[in-house]
Design a protein around this ligand. Sequence first.
Ligand code: GLN
Length: 254
Amino acid sequence: MSTPPAYALTAVHLYPDILNIYGDRGNIIALRYRCEARGIALQVREVTVGDAFDPAECDIILAGGGQDREQRRIADDLQARGPALRAAIDGGLPALVVCGGFQLFGHRYVDHQGGVIPGISVFDLETRHPGPRADRCIGDVILDTPEGEVVGFENHGGRTYLAPGQAPFGRVRRGFGNNAEDGTEGARTANAIGTYLHGSLLPKNPALTDELILLALRRRYGPDVTLPPLADDAERAAHATAARTAERRSRAAG
Ligand code: GLN
C-alpha cells in the first residue's frame, strides 16, 4: 500500500488545442516532473472553448502561444472567463501565460491586420502589432528577474507596452523583450507571470518552476510549506547551453 501523497495540486492548461504552436506544453511536462519527483500529486485539467471551469478550484493556470488567428478563435471564450480569472489572480492564484496567451491577459492586442482582440486586463498593458511588413521579434533571450537568470526563445510580432506601475517579469539582458525599446520583458501581477519566452520556458529554468509550485502549495496548504531540492544537473546544463547560445548569437549579430 503506497503512502498517499502529502500534497496534491491541480493545474489548468487553457486552450491546449488552440494556443499550442510553440511547444509550450513543455511547461506542463516540467511542472509535472518537478511535482511528482517530490511526491506531490499533480492533476492537469485541459480547458478549452466552451468547457466549464472555475478558477477558484485550481492551483495554477498555464496558457501557451498562438498565431493571431488562434488568438481570435479563443478571444470571446476568454472574455467570458475574464472576471473569474481576474478575481482568482487578485486572490493569489499562480499563473504562467506565454506570448499569445500573455498578450490577451492585457487589455487588448491590435493584431497584424489592425483588428482589435480584447484581453481580460489581468495585466495593465496593451500590445500592438506594427503590421505584416514589420520584422518579428525572434531569437534567444536572457532575462534578469527576481527569480534569477531566466533563458528562453521569443517569436512574436506584437509589441507590448506596460502602463506605469505595471511590473515586468524581468529585464532584458539579451533579446528583444516586450517591444525592443524599453528593456522590459513580460509582466508580473501578484503570482501571475506573463512572458514571451518559449523554449519551452520551464524545463530550462528549474528555479522558476519551483517558485510556481511553491506558490501553489503555500496558497493551498499554508505559508510553512517547503520544497526539498532536486538534482538539477540536466536542467542546469540545458539552461547554461541556452545562455551561451544567446550570448554567442548576440555577439555575432553585433
Ligand atoms: N500572434 C502573436 C504575435 O505574433 C503571438 C505569437 C506567439 O504566441 N508566439 O505577437
